[in-house]
Design a protein around this ligand. Structure first.
Ligand SMILES: *Cc1c(COP(=O)(O)O)cnc(C)c1O
Length: 838
């Protein structure tokens, strides 16, 4: 794969291509000399190595390659990359590692860098950062996504503050992708049957260190025009378009993996968009082993992991049954051997409810071997949301765990900060975090040094913000005076607050604007002013979000703001990086619990920025101690509570944030601020990295999932069939279960329980009888197993007995029965059966 860096022209140009094509490399001011040399301006404006390389002529490149310094630079970077890729990985060090051969990771979007604009925001950020972390940890991930021809929309804000959604075309020659080839060197091009039509899906791949991202594309001239446009706009189009996109991603994606020679043990769904992949996985297992859909699902299910990202049921993708019938009816009947009602039932809470839409998250849960949310609080919220799929199960037992998101430090930490905190790091160590130990480095750094770094970072942000604003104004045809005055109200010494996010109403982007006079007083304080940088896109269909943007625009245009609030247009990865690296304070004001995790606030941590946020998502578990500031009371409220949150927001800014920043000691250092900075950096950075998240995923889900999948397939090919049978029989006979008498002998230290149970056609070994008491005073619920009393007569009720702790009154306990471990199925995820005494 890798080329030994030689020094002739062909070698050097091959190296350049490899370097340009590896999205895991972080190009920084310390190591981007190659691209600066080739085309300084193009590099500065786009930071896209593929574009630079494909723009320079062969003859000009040849001349460059004759320059010894240039060759040396390329060779050094190449060697650094090879060192990183060849280094022993974290996974290799785990004894269980061989069990995990391959993980397929599905996501609608990926934010990997400027040279691959196929993302919208947070979801793509999580996917991109995790893919980079997986490469570094040696986790064998192959990611699957879509090569969006236009990506997500680009934002223009006009003189009236109206947002315009623009769709520049992504040219494959200007992106870090190459055609996906099969083992014979042929371009991978699949056909997929869609409503009486065979459509073509072309394959591409992007390289991310040791991992690959396979990308699907329907823009094949052989396709009818509407089909070609399926992979046009990310989150664009109507419900039918979305379903088509998800068919391409899920079903086409699984086929693309197989065509590329990947045989995944684990199928990780990053959100429900790609949930159809689990059907296609089952289909291909059916075909290979000549079994029914139920058996194929039982076999493959432990290898499916579903990560949910939405904290509200309305956020799930749902499709009208008629649409599912049209697009998937034939597939279900002919390929899966499922009737349409049986397929619909997989995506519904109530199988028989004809009007109930088909919910992709429900499909994912029903076909997953494990489900996780993306923060602790989101885990709780998700257990509520999915409770309906586990009728009569107590909410805390709804099988949704959590892995809190994290961010990839090399992607987001400023390289200057990194160089300052790990002076030993080389510029060529271009992959990975170079083991920068932030807590230790911060402990070693003096207050003066830390504050210097902050001042420099803030200054660079102001310079960037001015240039960004000036370019936007020039692009609008503003007057030379207005262009020259862009960002001139900003001052590099002032407390600089950043607020950038999707303008969706739950994010409450206008909370800070709810009392404009009070905000003006903060901005215009004679001694302790703050300044504010705002950015964000509202979805083109979200008119309310666009109005909120317009209000900010109008506010910035008021003379009283003195240019101290700047609205920066087109929030994307580059703008995000500048903002999070430079701000002193990052503000986040979502309505709890709507922010499933959030990641932007994590990005400021390693850069020394502090968070002021609602106790929601990741911040709800991070905000302990002096690490930043919080608003909200830790409870959930509707919009009528916004005024109280706003009041608190202003008060915290006025009484805590501003004084902490401006109160200086004899050396001019803000001691209170620095103390928080140290806490935030040393306590939170290590907890909220993508490395930690991927290690969690690997240890808690990928490795156990791969073993369970192996146990149901290659190790014991008949097992899935037996499990499917047990599952079917239990479901069928479950209603025959009846509790007979339950007798309890109360005692001081323990109560003695004895009960009888009619089990109908179900053999008692399939059942586990338990005494259950709800948790009280923050304690978890109690579940205590009873033992079957031996020697019962055939056909007579089975008797059970046991003793339960006497510290809770007898009335707190209820008897219940669930399928036992002997069934071999995950309960309740695979088999949500339960019966209660009352
Ligand atoms: C990090 C990031 C996001 C996610 O931010 P949250 O507000 O925390 O969800 C969105 N967009 C861009 C461009 C980002 O860099």
């Amino acid at each position: 794969m890798a080329h030994v860096p030689g020094s002739n022209f062909d070698d050097i140009s091959l190296c350049l291509r490899e370097l340009a094509g590896d999205l895991s490399i972080h190009w920084t001011g310390a190591n981007d000399g190659i691209w600066r040399t080739l085309d300084q301006q193009l590099w500065r404006l786009t930071r896209n190595p593929t574009l630079v390389l494909n723009t320079i002529s062969a003859s000009a490149l040849r001349v460059q390659c004759e320059v010894p310094e240039f060759r040396a630079l390329v060779q050094a970077m190449m060697a650094g990359r090879q060192r990183a890729l060849a280094a022993p990985s974290w996974l290799q060090g785990l004894p269980a590692a061989p069990a995990l051969r391959s993980v397929a990771y599905f996501s609608m979007e990926y934010m990997l860098g400027e040279s691959l604009p196929i993302y919208s925001g947070g979801l793509g950020n999580v996917a991109g950062d995790q893919l980079k972390a997986a490469s570094e940890l040696g986790v064998p991930v192959t990611a699957v996504g879509i090569l969006w021809q236009q990506g997500y929309f680009r934002q223009e804000i006009d003189g009236e503050g109206r947002q315009h959604a623009l769709y520049p075309v992504n040219d494959a020659h200007e992106m870090a992708v190459e055609p996906l080839l099969d083992a014979n060197g042929n371009r991978v091009r699949l056909t997929m049957h869609l409503r009486g039509l065979d459509i073509w899906i072309r394959g591409w791949q992007a390289r991310v260190g040791r991992t690959r991202l396979l990308l699907l594309d329907t823009n094949d001239p052989a396709n009818p025009v509407p089909i070609r446009l399926t992979t046009g706009q990310l989150y664009g189009g109507d419900s039918e378009m979305r379903l088509r996109q998800e068919l391409v991603l899920g079903i086409g994606g699984w086929r693309m993996l197989l065509a590329a020679g990947v045989e995944p043990d684990i199928c990780h769904l990053n959100d429900g968009h790609a949930a159809l992949a689990v059907l296609e996985r089952a289909r291909s297992y059916m075909q290979a082993h000549d079994v029914s859909f139920q058996v194929a699902l039982a076999a493959t299910r432990p290898g499916n992991l579903f990560t949910t990202h939405t904290p509200v049921a309305a956020g799930f993708d749902r499709f009208a049954p008629a649409l599912i019938a049209r697009y998937l009816g034939g597939y279900a009947e002919q390929e899966l051997g499922l009737s349409l009602p049986a397929l619909l039932a997989l995506g519904r809470q109530h199988a028989e409810a004809d009007a109930e839409p088909f919910n992709m998250a429900y499909l994912a849960v029903r076909c997953a071997g494990a489900v996780n949310a993306v923060s602790s609080l989101h885990g709780q919220t998700s257990r509520d949301i999915f409770q309906g799929l586990f009728p009569r199960w107590p909410t805390p037992e709804v099988p949704v765990g959590h892995v809190t998101n994290g961010v990839h430090l090399p992607m987001w930490m400023s390289w200057r900060m990194r160089a300052a905190l790990s002076p030993g790091a080389q510029a060529e160590d271009c992959i990975g975090d170079g083991a920068v130990d932030v807590p230790n480095a911060v402990a070693q750094a003096s207050d003066g040094r830390l504050w210097d770094l902050r001042n420099q970072a803030r200054t660079r942000l102001i310079v960037f913000a001015r240039a960004h604003q000036a370019r936007s104004r020039a692009a609008h045809g503003d007057t030379p005076e207005r262009i020259a005055s862009a960002g001139q109200g900003l001052d590099p010494h002032r407390l600089t607050v950043g607020f950038a996010r999707r303008f969706a109403s739950y994010k409450r982007p206008n909370l800070l604007l709810s009392d404009p006079e009070r905000l003006l007083r903060l901005l215009n304080h004679p001694k302790r002013p703050l300044q504010l940088l705002v950015a964000g896109k509202a979805h083109p269909a979200d008119l309310e979000g666009q109005q909120m943007l317009q209000r900010w625009h109008a506010f910035t245009r008021q003379a009283q703001t003195q240019g101290r609030v700047v609205l920066l247009q087109d929030y994307e990865v580059r703008l995000a990086r500048h903002l999070i690296q430079g701000v002193d304070l990052w503000l986040n004001t979502p309505r709890r619990p709507w922010e499933a995790s959030g990641t932007s606030g994590m990005k400021v941590l390693a850069n020394g920025g502090l968070n002021l946020s609602q106790r929601d998502g990741w911040w709800a578990e991070a905000c302990e101690g002096e690490v930043g500031w919080s608003i909200g009371d830790g409870e959930e409220h509707d919009a009528s509570h916004d005024a109280i949150d706003a009041e608190q927001l202003y008060t915290v800014l006025e009484e805590e944030v501003v004084p902490a920043f401006y109160q200086r000691d004899a050396e001019g250092l803000p001691q209170a601020w620095l103390r928080r900075m140290r806490h935030s950096m040393s306590e939170l950075v290590p907890r909220f990295t993508a490395e930690r998240a991927v290690r969690d995923y690997t240890e808690r889900y990928y490795l156990p999932g791969a073993s369970a999948y192996l146990a149901r397939t290659r190790l014991d090919p008949g097992r899935a069939g037996r499990l499917a049978q047990v599952s079917e029989q239990l479901r069928q006979h479950w209603p025959q279960i009846r509790f007979g008498s339950v007798q309890v002998q109360p005692g001081a230290s323990a109560h003695q329980v004895e009960l009888s149970l009619e089990t109908g056609a179900i053999a008692p070994e399939w059942l586990q009888v338990q005494m259950y008491a709800d948790g009280i005073a923050g304690q978890p619920a109690r579940v205590l197993a009873l033992e079957a009393v031996p020697g019962g007569q055939a056909g007579a009720p089975t008797r059970y007995r046991g003793s339960i702790p006497g510290d809770r009154p007898v009335e707190h306990y209820t008897a219940r029965v669930i399928p036992s471990d002997a069934c071999g199925l995950a309960v309740p995820l695979e088999l949500p059966l339960i019966a209660w005494q009352r």
